[in-house]
Write a protein of this length. Structure first.
Length: 512
């Protein structure tokens, strides 16, 4: 029954503790640990003090018992033996002096164990009281077993001296040897409880004061340390709640240079990344909504005009071509979104084969022939292209080349598009450069390959893009083990270049 109540109390206490704040948990644990340490230290100190006191007291009693025994033996064997009264006075005075000096009861018994001389037998005027019979020690009879032990030499014990005392005493004894015979025994006895209590409580009082001071300082330090440890966690918790509500502006302040500061720095980087992704997501949703709405509105309007006769028959082919262009635009957007989904799911796999990269570039440029003529764009570098074979995923590389050419045509008006291909023993580099544009600033160059990012936000709806093309290009090139980069002077030209190893990672040879 009692065990059941104890278990129930333990479960209840644990449940209550587990639902406390992290600060309370840390502080409580530190508090319990420090308290246990001080209790253990107190117990250890108590044992040490007890042993130390017992050792010191044994040495003190033994030395004084031996000293009194020697002086008594000298008195009994000296010229005072002819003056018994003088010998008694001298010995009793010596017993009184030693007893008061060491705060113990020092007395002498005869060989039969009866106390014959003690400190209480002599008055202040050095006169023997009660005809040599002590009212206090007169009834003492040292057991023969104790006398036998003392007769063997120095004696020390802790106990009742075989029933002589009711409580525990510390006792040291020495035989008094005169002319080779034991004339008596000197005992130095001290009650353990009275003597030890004063010593122990003084030591305990000093330890308690020092412990209380140390605990107060320790608790203050632990409180500040725990509060400082938990504060950034509270800040991160508060910031996380703000992020969940859609506000990515809060940041935690970084202090120190430890693991917690590294966590806070990583948290801030995560928040910045989330903020950027959220901004990109919102921009993407707006762009995609527009990109889907505009062609669908155009397609729907022209189809309705043809069906209801608003558009004249001779103009229908013109508007059907516009509908076809808008349909292709929708198809490219959907394809880009599907490719991005595959990239994020890790489902886009390489299927490398050997093909002529320059032929792919030439065929792609032909797809833009009409718009190039309409925008009066001059294409240079095609006449210098020579057959250049690489191992890569042809469909993916076609998408990269198409996106880069489309990007160049889109932002070029009455300018030039230059194409260059350079192959070494290890790598093949393709560069597509266009002029007649406003260029890209150095700040934006580092972000052009980010997902959903569009450089010319003022013309984002006119340029017909969702900010996925360059991101997909970068992903495809890196899947082939290559690199892609962008350069611009910020005002006159933009150049995109990608470099591919001639043999991509994990490729197998297939002749196209």
């Amino acid at each position: 029954m009692r065990d059941g109540k104890l278990k129930a109390f333990a479960r209840k206490a644990y449940h209550k503790f587990s639902h406390q704040s992290l600060f309370v948990k840390y502080f409580s644990v530190f508090l319990v640990i420090v308290t246990i340490c001080f209790v253990a230290l107190g117990v250890t100190l108590g044992i040490f003090v007890t042993n130390y006191w017992s050792n010191q007291k044994s040495v003190l009693l033994k030395e004084n018992a031996r000293s009194v025994a020697q002086s008594t033996a000298e008195v009994l064997s000296s010229w005072l033996r002819d003056e018994p009264q003088g010998s008694v006075v001298f010995i009793c005075n010596n017993l009184t002096t030693i007893s008061e000096a060491i705060d113990a009861d020092v007395f002498m018994c005869d060989p039969d164990g009866k106390v014959i001389l003690c400190k209480d037998l002599l008055s202040s005027d050095l006169v023997v009281r009660n005809d040599g019979v002590c009212t206090i020690h007169g009834s003492y009879q040292v057991p023969q077993s104790v006398l036998d032990e003392v007769a063997k030499g120095s004696y020390y014990a802790s106990g009742t001296l075989d029933g002589l005392y009711d409580k525990t005493h510390l006792a040291a004894a020495e035989p008094v040897v005169v002319s080779g015979q034991i004339a008596g025994y000197i005992f130095a006895v001290e009650p353990m409880s009275i003597s030890f209590q004063g010593y122990f409580f003084n030591a305990l009082r000093m330890f308690a004061f020092a412990s209380l001071l140390a605990l107060c300082i320790g608790f203050a330090v632990i409180y500040l340390f725990t509060a400082n440890l938990v504060r950034p966690l509270k800040e991160m918790s508060k910031a996380t709640k703000a992020y969940a509500a859609g506000d990515f502006s809060p940041r935690v302040s970084v202090r120190g240079n430890d693991e917690l500061s590294e966590l806070m720095e990583a948290f801030n980087r995560m928040a910045a990344s989330l903020s950027l992704q959220e901004s990109s997501r919102r921009s993407f949703v707006a762009n995609v909504s527009h990109e889907l709405k505009t062609p669908m509105t155009t397609i729907g309007g022209f189809i309705d005009g043809i069906l209801d006769g608003t558009i004249e028959p001779e103009r229908q082919n013109h508007y059907l071509r516009i509908v076809s262009d808008e349909t292709k635009r929708l198809s490219r957007l959907v394809t880009s979104m599907l490719n991005m989904s595959k990239i994020e799911a890790g489902e886009l796999q390489l299927q490398p084969k050997r093909f002529d990269l320059c032929r792919e570039i030439f065929d792609t440029m032909l797809n833009f022939e009409q718009i190039i003529d309409r925008k009066h764009i001059e294409v240079v570098g095609l006449d210098t292209l020579r057959p250049t074979y690489i191992f890569a995923d042809r469909d993916m590389l076609h998408q990269v080349i198409y996106n880069l050419v489309d990007n160049a045509v889109k932002f070029t008006e009455n300018g030039t598009i230059g194409v260059a291909v350079e192959q070494t023993q290890e790598n093949t580099t393709v560069s597509i450069r266009n002029t007649g544009t406003t260029g890209i600033s150095s700040e934006e160059l580092s972000r052009v390959f980010e997902r959903f990012y569009k450089v010319d936000k003022s013309r984002s709806y006119d340029t017909k893009g969702a900010g996925l093309g360059l991101y997909i290009c970068k992903t495809i090139i890196e899947m082939h083990g290559g690199t892609i980069s962008a350069q611009s002077d910020g005002s006159e030209y933009v150049e995109f270049s990608f470099t591919l190893p001639n043999v991509p990672p994990s490729s197998g040879e297939t002749v196209a």
